[in-house]
Structure formats: C-alpha cells, structure tokens
Ligand binder design. Structure first.
Ligand SMILES: *[C@@H]1O[C@H](CO)[C@@H](O)[C@H](O)[C@H]1NC(C)=O
Ligand SMILES: *[C@@H]1O[C@H](CO)[C@@H](O)[C@H](O)[C@H]1NC(C)=O
Ligand SMILES: *[C@@H]1O[C@H](CO)[C@@H](O)[C@H](O)[C@H]1NC(C)=O
Ligand SMILES: *[C@@H]1O[C@H](CO)[C@@H](O)[C@H](O)[C@H]1NC(C)=O
Ligand SMILES: *[C@@H]1O[C@H](CO)[C@@H](O)[C@H](O)[C@H]1NC(C)=O
Ligand SMILES: *[C@@H]1O[C@H](CO)[C@@H](O)[C@H](O)[C@H]1NC(C)=O
Ligand SMILES: *[C@@H]1O[C@H](CO)[C@@H](O)[C@H](O)[C@H]1NC(C)=O
Length: 680
C-alpha cells in the first residue's frame, strides 16, 4: 500500500462512503460468498483466501474459481465426499495434498487451470495418484515443463480429457502419456513443442481429438495416428506434413493446417474420411504435392507426371466437404484437381495470386482451342456450391467455368479485375475476342443465388448482365464510377432480395434501378445521389442505407409506401433541408428504426446554411408556411414593429410551448425576412 499515493488512498477510503451515500445512506449487506442451488455451490470470485467452511453436505458441483486459494489440504474438504466436479481455476494453488484428494472418491472432473502447480510439481504429482476415477483434468497455464507432465499423469487410468494448453512444454518424450491410456481428447495447444518423439502417442489407442495448435513444430513427416478424428496443427511452422503409407486407412475427419509454412498441397494418401481441411495462411504455390519449387509454371514432362500423383492424392478425398486454401500464393487454379472430391461443398481460394482458372495444372497446347483458351473437358463437373475467389487477380473466368460448376449457389469474386459481358454479346463469351478486354458472362447460371463483384473496377454494366440467373443477393459495391443503366439489372425483377451499391460515387444518372419486386435490403451509401432512383418505389424494402449521399429530402410518398415494410433506415451525412422534414416525422410515426439519426444533420438554408442535428431540430427556425404570402409578411412586420412581445404570445398560442428569449425572436424575424426575400 506504500506505493498508493495519499490522494488515491483517500479516494479509496471515501469511495464506500460515497457509494453508500448515493444508495440512499443505507449500506447494502454484502452478498454471501457462496450461492447454492440444489447440489451446486458457487463461490466464484468471492475473494476467498481459504477453503470455505460450513459447506453443506452432499454437494456434487463446487465452483471455487477466481479466488486466492494457495493450498488444498485434508482439513479443507470436510463433508465433500459426494463431490463430482471441482473448479479451482485461477487461484494461487501451489500445493495439493494427496490425502485431500483421496477424500473425493467420486470426483471425475477437476479444473486446475491458471494456478502454480509447477512450484511443488514432485509432491503435487504424487498427490495426483489419488485421483483414480478422474475423467476430465484441466492443467492449463500452470507453468509445467515437459519433464513434469508424465508424473502428474502416471496413475490416471480413467482420464479421458486432458487440457494442457499454455504451459511450457517443449517436447513430447516417449512414454509421457503412458499413465493415462484412456485419453480421447488431448489439448497441447499454445506451448513451445518443437519435437515429438516417435511413439509419444503410442499408448493412446483411444485418442480422437488432438490439439497441437500454437506450437513450434517444423516437420511432421510420418503422421501415424490412424484413430484420430480431429487434428489441429494450426499456427506452427510446418513445412512438411507427411503420412505413414500403407497399414490401413485413417479416421481423420478434421485437419487444420492453417498458419504454417507449407509450400505445396500436403500428401494425404489415405485420408478417406477427411471432411474439413484448412490450408489457409500457408505458402502454397502449387497444388502439386511433389512441387517444392515456387513459381514454376514451365511445361515439363515430370511435372505432368507429378500432377497425376497429385490427382491421386485428391482422389482419396472423396468425403471432403470444406477446403480452405485462402491466403496462399496459387497462381493457377486447375479445376481438374478437384474433380475427384465428389463431396466438396465449400472451396475458398481467396487472397491468392490467381490469374487464370485452368483445367489442368499446366495447360498443354493441345488443350487450347484456336482462340487460345483452355478447353473444358465435358466430364469435369465439380460439386462445389460455394466458392470464394475474392482478392485475386482474375481478369476473366473461362467460358466453361460455370458449366463445370453446375451446382454453384454462391461465389465471391470481390477484389479481382473482372468485367461482365452482356447477354446479347454473343451468347457465352468467356475470353471475348482476343483484342477486346476479356469479359465474363454472368447470365444463365442456373443455380447462382449469391454473387459478389465488389471492388472490380467495374465501370459499366451491359444490358441484361444477370438475366436468367436466379440471384438473391448481388454486391456491386466499391466500384468507383460504376454506371447501372436501366437494362443492366433487368431479369432480376422477381428474384433479387439484396443489393449492395455502396461506395460507387454514382450520381443520379448512373443509378437507374428497375422495379425490383422482391428487393428487401438496399445499400446506396457513399454515392452522389440527390434523388432516389424511382424504380425503387415499388420494392418492399425492409432495410435501406442512403447515408453519405447528397439528398436534400427523402421522397415522402415513397417512404409512406415503404413504411409498411421498412424496418431500418440509415441516413447520416446527407445535406437534408431542416425545413422540409415532413418525411422524417412520417418515418418516426411509422416506427422505422433510424440507427444513425444521432449523426445526421440538416441545413438551414435560410440562416446562412447553418447546420443542426436532425435529432433535435429547431422547427421554429423555419418559416411558417403561411408566412410566404406577402400580406401576412406585411402583417408580421407590422406586428414586429408594433409589439415585439406579441410574437412570443402568438408562438405560445400555436402550441410550440417555449418562451423564446429576445435574441432568438429577432433571429426568427431575420429568417422570415430572408425567406420572403427569396420568394418575392
Ligand atoms: C438451479 O438449477 C436448475 C438446473 O440446473 C436451473 O434450472 C435453475 O434455474 C437454477 N436456479 C437458480 C435460482 O439458479
Ligand atoms: C500451505 O501449506 C503449507 C504446508 O502444508 C503451509 O506451510 C502453509 O502455511 C500453507 N499456506 C496456507 C496459505 O495455508
Ligand atoms: C485450431 O486452433 C486454432 C487456435 O486455437 C483455432 O483458432 C481453430 O479454430 C482451431 N481449428 C479447429 C478446426 O477447431
Ligand atoms: C481456416 O483457418 C483460418 C485461420 O485460422 C480461419 O480464419 C478460417 O475460418 C478457417 N476456415 C474454415 C473453413 O473454417
Ligand atoms: C493467364 O492467361 C493469360 C492470357 O491467357 C496469360 O498471358 C498469362 O500468362 C496466364 N498466366 C498464368 C500464370 O498462366
Ligand atoms: C473463337 O472465337 C470466335 C469469335 O470470338 C468464335 O466465333 C469461334 O467459335 C471461336 N473458336 C472456337 C474454336 O471456340
Ligand atoms: C448555402 O449553400 C448553397 C449551396 O451549397 C450555396 O449556393 C449558398 O451560397 C450558401 N449560402 C451561404 C450564405 O453560405
């Protein structure tokens, strides 16, 4: 306490008194440290330095986490013979006594994470041998090193789940898990493991889930845990991941290899059950498992041979449903590679260096037609439903692309350099003519419902760009200067439900939206619109974002049409006119949510363009409608001249209900005068 400065101490001392005073002078009784519900007792974060006394008989579930306990000794645990679950996480435990644990014959779950059990690890390990029926043990964040762990586990023959993350393990020696052969789930994440001795997991015949994420593994050359179902190796430094060949199939279903240093697609010869494979955030430049030479795309006989081995690798992955290849360095995407993955549902190749989608790994000259585009092989049909290709350098998709993906429902093509072709530009125009800018046809894709062409530097949408494609959502945001002419979205009238046109800097003439009879969500923010496209007035909009435009008013009639459907409207950053806000009243009366109303402002054109918050506008600063007539202006002027007080009376009489101070009254007069000047 010496380091606490005097003033701080004073405040600390006074604080309870202040708080007490605020609570009406009564000091509330402190809540009891523990709460009981049937056989559950929780003393979580109760500031306990020692084990609570007088705990009731028959408690099965005891939570003592987030306290200041240092010891667990015999005296502590009277009458807890029924205990099944004990949570001691986040205490200061250094010493645990064996006789204490021996008093808990029914304990099957013991959580000791975030303590200091490494301090007396020899004695603590001996104490653990009393936990004969323990099934779940959490020893995370206890400062444990590799040589300490084996002792803790030596007699835990019933243990099924063991958590050891956030310790200081650097290697896994043979025999470390010998004492607990029933383990099914083992979490070793967030340690410093660099080395796993061959046979370290040999005793664990039941192991199904193994988490080795966030370690320092460089190489796993002969992975042999055939019984494993889930393996997490993300955030290591793996350059190589190889499987032991022969000897039957693997049961692995989930393999996370994200955030490593793999240079090529791993060889997974017997992974017949794999469902989820995450290879994101690696350095994969090729889908050829044998390739260790980044950026080699020269046609070579050996590489063609090795592509057939890579096809055989892929051929075993018949159950793979989800494959994440995002954040790698692939330049080519040979669709043939994925053909054997007959269950593939979701494929992400986002944030790579893709320029071309090809059929083969290396497109041979024989596969090119006279126009230089790779030829689609009729039988190459992928089962993919959802594909993410955003963040690449694709200029055009080959004309057979969507034919090869007949079940495709969603594709993200954001942040590429695609240009769409119109439906009347000669049917399916994949590469276009050799001289012209290549374009990609988005019409007549039978099942496509979700399409993003965000950030593609699109400038013009040709007529009927998406006709005969049953799009539900379309993202055309962040294509600066995009023009959407009348006919561009034709064909989507009866399907499109969500449309994003955010950040396109479109002016009124570039946003011609037809009547989209199903449109529910529309984002027009970040454009230069001073009028809403009239085609929209027939859409049953529910969510509309018009923030960041140049709108002086919103069309009250259209809004009234929408109020039955409209739930939320974003409107900040528009130069609304303070004196024409009838539409706002209508919206508020209809209960439409205005989430950014607090940021919205309006302009008083009559008062040297002064802006005011829309949420607390000052209606009396606006000229009253009747003041426009010159007779009444004269009358008002007369009134001002004759009796300044009368105006105040009149305002009150009108029910504004605020007695204006003198200077403001003058302002109203100025405003009225300025207004009548412009009108006369
Ligand atoms: C007590 O526990 C039961 C079952 O766990 C739960 O449904 C109930 O809401 C709890 N009562 C209180 C007061 O927490
Ligand atoms: C913990 O136990 C040790 C030895 O059993 C004892 O010396 C020490 O005082 C105990 N500490 C507390 C806080 O009970
Ligand atoms: C693997 O571990 C990382 C790091 O803890 C985690 O983010 C990721 O979700 C895990 N992967 C799976 C498939 O559970
Ligand atoms: C793959 O891993 C990355 C990074 O850990 C994660 O962001 C991504 O969601 C994972 N992919 C899938 C399909 O789960
Ligand atoms: C992609 O295709 C273009 C034109 O067909 C070609 O010039 C380029 O070299 C190809 N890129 C790769 C990586 O094959
Ligand atoms: C090559 O392109 C031209 C014009 O784009 C087209 O008429 C012709 O059918 C194409 N040839 C082949 C073999 O696809
Ligand atoms: C108010 O704004 C309008 C439009 O921006 C401008 O033409 C006019 O000059 C401004 N008036 C004053 C008094 O600043």
């Amino acid at each position: 306490m010496q380091s606490v400065p005097g003033a701080g101490c004073l405040l600390l001392c006074l604080l309870p008194a202040i708080l007490g005073a605020q609570a009406g002078g009564e000091v509330k009784p402190r809540p009891p440290p523990c709460q009981q519900n049937l056989t559950k007792v929780s003393c979580r974060a109760a500031g306990l330095h020692s084990f609570p006394e007088d705990l009731p008989q028959g408690v099965k579930h005891l939570d003592l986490s987030h306290n200041l306990l240092q010891n667990l000794s015999e005296g502590c645990l009277p009458a807890l013979g029924q205990l099944e679950h004990l949570d001691l996480r986040s205490n200061l435990l250094e010493a645990i006594s064996g006789p204490a644990l021996a008093q808990l014959p029914w304990l099957h779950s013991l959580l000791l994470g975030s303590n200091r059990l490494h301090q007396n690890y020899r004695d603590n390990a001996v104490a653990f041998s009393a936990l004969r029926s323990i099934e779940v043990l959490d020893l995370s964040a206890n400062g444990l090193e590799s040589h300490m762990v084996g002792g803790f586990l030596s007699g835990l023959t019933a243990l099924r789940v063991l958590h050891l993350p956030r310790n200081r393990l650097s290697q896994l020696p043979v025999g470390i898990f010998q004492g607990s052969p029933q383990l099914t789930e083992l979490d070793l994440s967030n340690n410093y493991i660099m080395d796993i001795e061959e046979g370290a997991f040999e005793a664990l015949r039941e192991l199904a889930v193994l988490n080795l994420a966030l370690n320092s593994l460089h190489c796993l050359s002969s992975f042999s845990l055939r019984q494993l179902q889930v393996l997490n190796l993300s955030h290591n430094a793996l350059e190589l991941f190889g499987w032991e060949e022969g000897r039957g199939p693997y049961l692995l279903q989930v393999l996370d290899l994200s955030h490593n240093r793999l240079l090529s697609f791993p060889q997974l010869p017997a992974a017949h059950r794999l469902v989820h494979l995450n290879l994101s955030h690696n350095s994969i430049t090729s889908l050829d498992p044998g390739s260790h030479h980044p950026a080699q795309f020269v046609l070579r006989y050996e590489e063609m041979v090795s592509f057939s081995t890579s096809l055989s690798t892929a051929a075993s992955l018949t159950r793979l449903a989800e494959l994440d290849l995002s954040y790698n360095c692939l330049q080519l995407l040979p669709l043939l590679f994925f053909r054997a993955m007959s269950s593939l549902f979701t494929l992400s190749v986002a944030m790579n260096c893709l320029q071309n989608i090809t059929m083969e790994l290396l497109s041979r000259d024989g596969d090119r037609d006279s126009n230089g585009t790779a030829v689609w092989q009729e039988d190459t049909v992928l089962s993919v439903r959802s594909m993410d290709l955003h963040g690449n350098a694709i200029r055009a998709l080959p004309h057979w692309f969507f034919d090869a993906l007949p079940q495709l429902e969603a594709i993200d093509l954001g942040s590429n350099s695609l240009q769409p072709c119109g439906s009347d530009m000669g049917g399916k125009s994949g590469g276009g003519s050799p001289e012209a800018e290549p374009c990609t046809a988005f019409h007549s894709i039978p099942h496509l419902q979700h399409l993003s062409l965000r950030r593609n530097s699109l400038t013009q949408l040709p007529p009927h760009t998406f006709s005969r494609t049953p799009l539900l959502s379309l993202d055309l945001s962040e294509n600066r200067g995009l023009a959407v002419p009348w006919a561009a979205l034709e064909g989507l009238e009866h399907s499109l439900q969500q449309l994003w046109l955010r950040g396109n800097h479109m002016d009124n003439s570039r946003a011609e939206i037809p009547c989209l009879g199903e449109l529910r969500v529309l984002d027009l923010s970040g454009n230069r619109l001073s009028l809403l496209p009239t085609g929209l007035f027939c859409s049953p909009l529910q969510t509309l974002d018009v923030s960041g435009n140049e709108l002086p008013v919103l069309p009250e009639q259209a809004l009234m049409g929408w109020t039955r459907s409209l739930r939320a409207l974003c409107l900040a950053e528009n130069p609304f006119q303070c004196c024409e806000l009838g539409w706002l009243d209508a919206l508020q009366a209809a209960g439409v949510q205005l989430p950014d109303l607090h940021r919205a402002r309006c302009i008083h054109h009559s008062i040297t363009n002064r802006t005011a918050p829309l949420s607390s506008r000052l209606p009396w600063l606006c000229p009253q409608p009747w003041a426009g007539s010159s007779v009444l202006v004269l009358a008002a002027l007369l009134g001002v001249l004759l009796c300044a007080g009368c105006r105040v009376c009149r305002l009150r009489g009108q029910g504004v209900g605020i007695l204006l101070p003198q200077p403001q009254t003058e302002r109203v007069a100025e405003g009225g005068a300025a207004h009548s000047d412009t009108k006369v």
